[in-house]
Design a protein around this ligand. Structure first.
Ligand SMILES: *[C@@H]1O[C@H](CO)[C@@H](O)[C@H](O)[C@H]1NC(C)=O
Ligand SMILES: *[C@@H]1O[C@H](CO)[C@@H](O)[C@H](O)[C@H]1NC(C)=O
Ligand SMILES: *[C@@H]1O[C@H](CO)[C@@H](O)[C@H](O)[C@H]1NC(C)=O
Ligand SMILES: *[C@@H]1O[C@H](CO)[C@@H](O)[C@H](O)[C@H]1NC(C)=O
Ligand SMILES: *[C@@H]1O[C@H](CO)[C@@H](O)[C@H](O)[C@H]1NC(C)=O
Ligand SMILES: *[C@@H]1O[C@H](CO)[C@@H](O)[C@H](O)[C@H]1NC(C)=O
Ligand SMILES: *[C@@H]1O[C@H](CO)[C@@H](O)[C@H](O)[C@H]1NC(C)=O
Ligand SMILES: *[C@@H]1O[C@H](CO)[C@@H](O)[C@H](O)[C@H]1NC(C)=O
Length: 455
């Protein structure tokens, strides 16, 4: 098979949009408090191919894959060179077998980064290699340190049609350097993410392994039409902030068929932080998360928030497995966040060894500025869960809304939870929430027993 054939990649834009319009329709069904709806996703397969007309290998530009020589300039030169093909069929940069040490580099449009089998991109541990980049407008401040942040290892800005894929090659963030220094509070800039793509459209990240990111792994932000598929993401379960995939103020995104072991949330849709996120006003919506396996003993399989100040809506979570994970599909928010989390549909979860099956937190804290707007109350409503089997559970539920701002329209049906030997006495701890439930064991709190029509 020719090189070109092998590099044909899958990004069927027409079909992506097809899937996405289906979600929009479903989201607009406006599910009411009393109903737990089962809504099929339909056929969302896509098979279109996005071939690149041009290709080059990192070694064409003098790359050295010995794990010691820095290739930072080589990546920059190679991608600058291949940019010339953007309007002529696009280009693929092949990273062959070897260990390619590098600092951050920027992607270009109509471009594929292809990691062959046994290709390892090693992130430099030399801070001088890492430029600083502007703060995110929807966050206002850096997460680790207020004043600035390091570029991510692989960064994209204002792009169209970008693919990062391969034959399961590896991105190794060599995160230990950053975790140790972070824990000692020695950074004045926020740690790098592994992949960050901003203000971009048509992105695919697939079929690679990502290990030991300095902080979050995959962070698409202010972007649309995104496919994240077939990733293996691995970080030590005690590593700080190593979230797997965080779509942030993004629309039309599919995250599927990934295996994630993390020290933080496996997947966390977000949309900006307090007043900065409210002002920026870009929600995360129309997201499908499916067929993911998550291991995260101290965090969630899917966490909505805690940064959600642009709003989070129309999220579908299906066919997920969690093992030894703190909670399943959690909501994290706080007074000061404003905006909303609404129209969330979760179904078919298989959970083993969970601290909480259901967990919502209205007092998450963590603010960019000490003074936040006490009137910026988040609206949490229309949160649907069905068809869940959980084993070895410590607490069924801790559902904590906000006083004078209850979380409403919570709907839980067809859930079986087997409690562990260490089960807590109070299995359903509910405050400032309301909703309905049907066929749930152990029996839910009174707040979820509204006497209304069930189907
Ligand atoms: C980069 O592009 C130029 C054309 O602009 C081409 O002649 C050159 O061979 C390329 N460099 C490499 C190393 O492929
Ligand atoms: C990547 O582009 C951004 C601007 O979009 C710039 O600030 C940054 O320095 C660039 N990074 C590299 C490694 O050139
Ligand atoms: C974004 O890209 C377009 C062309 O693709 C260009 O015209 C525009 O200036 C770019 N904007 C920024 C902020 O880089
Ligand atoms: C990719 O590599 C990872 C890490 O070695 C491995 O766990 C995973 O099973 C591989 N995936 C595929 C599809 O071969
Ligand atoms: C990922 O790899 C599998 C087989 O290894 C292939 O069938 C699939 O098309 C690839 N997916 C993407 C999105 O590249
Ligand atoms: C309840 O959930 C289980 C497990 O997910 C599923 O097998 C079963 O079909 C569901 N029952 C109904 C009535 O939907
Ligand atoms: C059940 O959960 C407890 C923690 O609550 C854990 O220590 C134990 O290993 C789990 N048992 C099984 C069979 O997974
Ligand atoms: C119940 O939840 C509330 C609010 O999260 C918490 O303050 C309280 O300690 C919990 N009670 C028990 C018995 O766990």
């Amino acid at each position: 098979m020719s090189r070109t054939m092998k590099q044909c990649l899958h990004l069927g834009n027409t079909n992506v949009l097809g899937v996405i319009s289906l979600i929009i329709t479903l989201g607009s069904l406006n599910v009411k408090v009393a109903e737990c709806r089962a809504i099929g996703l339909g056929n969302s397969e896509y098979s279109a191919i996005n071939c690149r007309k041009h290709s080059a290998t990192l070694t064409d530009f003098g790359g050295v894959g010995d794990g010691k020589t820095s290739n930072t300039k080589i990546f920059a030169t190679a991608i600058a060179n291949l940019t010339q093909h953007a309007s002529d069929g696009g280009a693929t940069l092949i990273v062959p077998s070897g260990k390619w040490l590098t600092g951050p580099f920027n992607l270009t449009s109509h471009f594929t980064l292809f990691l062959q089998k046994d290709a390892v991109i090693l992130a430099s541990q030399d801070e001088k290699e890492w430029p600083s980049v502007a703060l995110l407008p929807s966050y206002g401040k850096g997460r680790d340190a207020p004043d600035g942040r390091f570029s991510s290892l692989i960064f994209g800005y204002n792009l169209t049609d970008v693919v990062i894929t391969g034959q399961n090659g590896t991105l190794d963030g060599q995160g230990s350097y950053w975790w140790v220094k972070f824990k000692k509070k020695e950074f004045t800039l926020t740690r790098p993410y592994m992949i960050e793509i901003m203000f971009s459209d048509q992105i695919q990240i697939s079929n690679i392994t990502l290990i030991n990111s300095p902080s979050w792994f995959v962070h698409p932000i202010y972007s649309s039409n995104i496919i994240v598929s077939g990733l293996t993401i691995l970080a030590p379960i005690d590593s700080p902030n190593t979230d797997g995939v965080n779509p942030d103020s993004c629309t039309n995104t599919r995250i599927e068929d990934c295996y994630i072991v993390s020290g933080d949330d496996c997947i966390s849709p977000k949309s900006g932080w307090d007043n900065y996120g409210v002002k920026f006003g870009k929600p995360t919506k129309n997201i499908i998360i499916r067929r993911i396996t998550c291991i995260s003993p101290d965090s969630a399989m899917v966490a909505l928030g805690s940064e959600m100040s642009g709003g989070i809506e129309d999220i579908r979570v299906e066919d997920l497995t969690a093992i030894d994970t703190q909670s399943a599909v959690r909501i994290k928010t706080a007074v000061g966040r404003g905006a909303y989390v609404k129209n969330i549909y979760v179904r078919n979860l298989n959970l083993n060894t969970m601290k909480y099956v259901f967990w919502m937190t209205g007092s998450y804290g963590s603010h960019p500025d000490p003074e936040f707007d006490p009137k910026a109350l988040p609206v949490i409503s229309g949160i649907n869960y069905k068809d869940i089997v959980a084993k070895n559970v410590t607490y069924a539920a801790r559902l904590e809304g906000i006083p004078n701002d209850p979380f409403t329209g919570i709907c839980i049906s067809n859930v079986t939870m087997e409690l562990s030997k260490e089960q807590h006495k109070l299995q359903w701890n509910c405050t400032d929430i309301s909703g309905v439930s049907n066929n749930v064991t152990p029996t839910p709190c009174e707040e979820l027993q509204q006497k209304v029509f069930m189907n």
